[in-house]
Design a protein around this ligand. Structure first.
Ligand SMILES: [Fe+2]
Ligand SMILES: [Fe+2]
Length: 527
């Protein structure tokens, strides 16, 4: 008798972990991951072990939401101690690499005074040998430049750090990803496999195409107990939405935060995929609403709410190309998105401003992204311009209007936008919140607070609309949907500066007869 054909249940989620911390570019890309491990995660675990009750109390204090506190009950303190001991033992090479980066930068600070850098190579820590070039900028400031593809081949990168946890979306907010490691749990199927493991592709393809338990068992290398757990995640019926494809014209759907799905009958594009699996919530599009095949995934930048491995892994095997912005190659604060994703098994295309990416029946052009990175020299960021079914769509992500003249060049090159999607996180977190571990000299708090992860305010967003000649403008990427809480940790109310600015922008549009909206949960445009 033929084995039963089964689909993956719609509420299955995957949490990709690196040494039990949630995976995002700064925990995967090796130079940044080493610094985060040594300078953020290890000290955080040590702080928790000193006073777990302080961490738990702070985690539950709404005023400290998004802070670096570990939300694990004191009863599990021994497991956290084991995690720290394992990291110190098994990742000693990475921790030494992080120390070497700090020491190397210190050597440059002390000795790179504008003269020949050649004598400094022999003074660098051995861990950096063959992996860095020393270089001045034209202002005579010296930096380490990392040979990033080589660092992926060094002791600073090991897939042994990676694992995945499979479970069901419960609708209960998960702990904040940047601070709380995930421990084993009876509700979770834990697999000690790297993210690029082909079995994961087989598993998630089973959302759209049926397979058998024995096939998945073999693909993932499961034992009896694991196979039994997995069988509870499979169903004899697919859970796909009947209207996930269209037969004419064009459609855009807002899936929450920065995730848009742009469709024609011939093609589908998904921006910054971050998609709920909660198919019974009824107030949002979910993984069930995605088209079966996605021609292009467009990644705008490397922040943890825009390059979301927990969704991307679910799409691998159904995506033609993941388009990522080009980094500056080897700059400490600017890891390559292309290297990071290609090492996780994704088909990647790296683009620069005004590069064109054709797809069936249309074209995407990469467009510049300004600011929102605390004035760090980060170039792996892009907005996009999509032409499909006769409409021009500007996907602005968190790009800011600090210098709106930029958008005049976009219009000059590409025309006017029918739809502009703009982020307005205009009072973002300070520099040290996201980049602390990468800063090689201490930054005074006042300086950090002056350099925020901020997108456009009302005036800047209005200026972008004017410069683009946009006919309709929608504010998105604000992290307001409750199902993003474990990544966003935002708390807005109607008195919050950002919300007041959005309302000011909407009034500005209304005064000019421009159709506008503040997106929340779900919305659809059809033509
Ligand atoms: Fe951002
Ligand atoms: Fe964002």
């Amino acid at each position: 008798m033929a084995e039963e054909q089964l689909f993956l249940k719609s509420k299955v989620i995957v949490e990709p972990l690196v040494d039990r911390f949630f995976a995002w570019p700064h925990t995967i890309a090796p130079v940044q991951a080493a610094l985060n491990l040594a300078r953020l995660q290890v000290p955080l675990l040590e702080s928790y072990l000193q006073s777990p009750q302080v961490h738990v109390a702070a985690s539950n204090n709404p005023e400290l939401r998004g802070g670096y506190f570990i939300n694990i009950p004191e009863s599990r303190v021994d497991e956290v101690r084991d995690l720290l001991d394992t990291i110190k033992r098994d990742r000693a090479g990475m921790l030494r690499f992080a120390d070497a980066v700090m020491a190397g930068q210190e050597i440059l600070r002390a000795s790179a005074t504008g003269f020949d850098l050649t004598p400094l190579y022999s003074k660098l820590p051995a861990e950096l040998g063959g992996l860095v070039e020393l270089a001045y900028d034209t202002d005579n400031q010296a930096q380490l430049r990392f040979m990033e593809p080589l660092v992926y081949k060094s002791d600073a990168y090991t897939e042994a750090r990676q694992s995945v946890q499979l479970s069901f979306e419960t609708g209960v907010e998960r702990p904040f990803i940047l601070s709380t490691p995930r421990l084993p749990s009876p509700d979770v199927l834990e697999l000690a496999i790297p993210f690029r493991h082909p079995g994961l592709e087989e598993l998630f393809k089973a959302r759209v195409r049926p397979t058998t338990l024995s096939h998945l068992r073999e693909a993932l290398g499961l034992d009896d107990a694991q196979a039994a757990r997995l069988s509870g995640m499979l169903s004899d019926r697919p859970s796909l939405s009947p209207d996930r494809h269209i037969e004419s014209g064009g459609r855009i759907r807002y899936f929450g935060h920065a995730c848009l799905v742009l469709q024609t009958p011939q093609a589908a594009i998904v921006t910054d995929p971050f998609i709920s699996a909660d198919s019974t919530a009824g107030d949002r599009y979910t993984l069930d609403d995605l088209p079966d095949y996605i021609d292009l995934v467009l990644i705008t930048h490397g922040h943890q709410d825009h390059i979301v491995l927990e969704t991307l892994l679910q799409l691998r095997g159904r995506v033609g190309t993941v388009v990522v912005p080009r980094s500056s190659r080897g700059n400490l604060c600017d890891p390559s998105m292309a290297l990071m994703l290609s090492h996780q098994g994704f088909p990647v295309l790296e683009v620069d401003d005004f590069d064109e990416i054709p797809f069936p029946g249309g074209k995407v052009t990469a467009t510049p992204f300004l600011g929102e990175h605390c004035d760090l020299d980060i170039r792996a960021k892009s907005t996009y311009w999509a032409e499909l079914a006769g409409k021009n769509v500007f996907i602005g992500a968190d790009s800011s209007g600090i210098d709106p003249a930029l958008y005049r060049y976009i219009k000059g090159h590409l025309g006017t936008a029918d739809y502009a999607f703009l982020g307005m996180e205009c009072d973002g977190a300070p520099l040290t919140w996201l980049y602390q571990a990468l800063l090689t000299i201490p930054i005074p708090k006042k300086m950090s607070d002056s350099r925020k992860l901020s997108g456009s305010n009302a005036e800047q967003a209005g200026a972008i609309m004017t410069e683009l000649g946009a006919k309709e403008g929608y504010i998105y990427a604000m992290g307001e949907e409750a199902w993003l809480g474990h990544v966003m940790a935002t708390t807005y109310n109607e008195d919050t500066y950002q919300i007041k600015q959005i309302n000011e922008f909407l009034a500005w549009c209304s005064d000019r007869g421009i159709k506008a909206g503040h997106l929340f949960k779900q919305q659809e445009w059809r033509w």
